[in-house]
Write a protein that binds this ligand. Structure first.
Ligand code: CTP
Length: 398
């Protein structure tokens, strides 16, 4: 739970701040809303009070005077000050140290990080003075989110829409996440592979890439440069991650080997097909009476190949099993020369393909086994990375 002061200034995007408050409260944050007079023209303080479950602050000198409503108390309460939307006017005031209302006074008084989410007409945003003010604030350590492109309230199209709430929440999480992977390159593989039979058919599996994409997102939040080699999926690649799309196991191998030399931590969560058709038919195979036999040949085991040349890298594999989970996972850990294997059973509810949760056991080469309860794949990703960071710091002290 974080203590967040949400400042709302007077732009049409103020109505979206209601959703932002809801999302923060849902995360478990303690949210105090500060609104400018103009913001209260767009959305009522009562709405924000109801959603934040706290009184809303609009006056620098409220009556009757109450210390808990004072601008200094709010500035000290904040672990983060988010200003969404931030109008050109508020941006200009902050850039010049003007504190002429409660919001700008709290901004000037707080020592907490400040996240600005600008929102304005595209032509206003493009004005050199607005850009100069934003640059000035960025240079002083204020975090400024990019605006989104799209239809603006004034009916024109352009850049100036406030960032999506989901993206703002993601940035807030990143601000509170320790940057313990800064300076590292994390190479992640995800998704299924597709092994072509003919121009229209392939062999694949049910992997959706959710686990690998969660690892990529978590690593990126912790400051790593992330390269995500993924088979075909419908999962959205996290912002800021370098996505390398591949299709077959052979393509995945080539992409992984290309990026392996620069990687510090490698997480292989892809469900790689162990076999591929020996020959890919040039034309569509037409049906005939009787059965059709397709001869399959082995695909290379990419992870085993990496294990044989891992050097100081931390190598993490996954084992998805339907029987003898621990024994099979430990065997893979040893045979593929891994530091960590994440074992998950396909037979448990809430684990496996296409769900956002997982139930896993994290087994290390040192012999430790951490049995985890049902949790989101994103939370599991962070726990896996915690282990990787621990192993890396042990390596560095040895
Ligand atoms: N893996 C790989 N290349 C392959 C097969 C698997 O890199 N050709 C990796 C997976 O990404 C995963 C780990 O090896 O991290 C274990 O994969 P899994 O499919 O559970 O096991 P296999 O080693 O293929 O063994 P089996 O299919 O016999 O269970």
């Amino acid at each position: 739970m974080k203590k967040i002061v949400l400042g709302i200034s007077g732009g049409i995007a103020a109505y979206k701040s209601a959703e932002l408050v809801r999302a923060l409260v849902k995360r478990g944050d303690d949210v105090r809303v500060v609104m400018t007079k103009n913001a209260a023209e767009f959305i009522t303080p009562l709405t924000m009070q109801t959603l934040s479950r706290n009184p809303v602050h609009t006056e620098t000198f409220p009556h009757p005077s109450d210390y808990s409503l004072n601008h200094i108390a709010l500035a000290e309460f904040a672990e983060l000050l988010v200003i969404a939307p931030a109008t050109a006017n508020v941006i200009a005031k902050l850039a010049n140290g003007i504190a002429d209302d409660l919001l700008t006074t709290v901004a000037l008084a707080t020592e907490a990080p400040i996240l600005l989410c600008p929102a304005m007409n595209d032509k206003m945003l493009a004005k050199p003075i607005v850009q100069e003010n934003i640059t000035k604030l960025v240079n002083r350590g204020i975090i400024v989110m990019d605006t989104a492109f799209g239809e603006l309230a004034c009916k024109s199209y352009g850049s100036g829409r406030m960032a999506e709430i989901e993206d703002i929440i993601e940035r807030i999480s990143a601000i509170f996440t320790p940057q313990d992977l800064q300076g590292t390159v994390v190479l992640v593989s995800a998704g299924p592979t597709r092994e072509a039979i003919d121009p229209v058919r392939f062999i694949s599996n049910h992997s959706t890439g959710k686990m690998g994409f969660a690892v990529a997102k978590a690593a990126q939040q912790r400051g790593a440069r992330v390269i995500l080699v993924s088979g075909p999926t419908n999962t959205q690649a996290p912002r800021g991650v370098t996505l390398v799309p591949v299709s077959s196991a052979l393509e995945m191998r080539l992409a992984i080997l290309e990026h392996f030399p620069s990687a510090t931590i490698v997480v292989k969560s892809a469900a790689v097909a162990d076999y591929r058709p020996q020959a890919i038919a040039k034309n569509k195979i037409k049906k005939n009476e009787g059965t059709l036999n397709i001869v399959l040949e082995r695909n290379p085991d990419i992870l085993a190949e990496l294990g044989a040349q891992k050097g100081q890298r931390i190598l993490i594999g996954f084992a998805m099993e339907t029987e003898d989970l621990l024994i099979n996972a430990q065997k893979k850990l040893l045979e593929k020369n891994l530091d960590i294997i994440v074992a998950n059973s396909l037979c448990e509810d809430g684990a496996g393909f296409a769900v956002d949760t997982n139930i896993a056991k994290i087994i290390t080469a040192k012999g430790t086994i951490e049995e985890l309860p049902l949790m989101s794949k994103f939370d599991l990703a962070h726990i896996i990375l915690d282990q990787a960071v621990r192993i890396r710091s042990l390596q560095q002290t040895c």
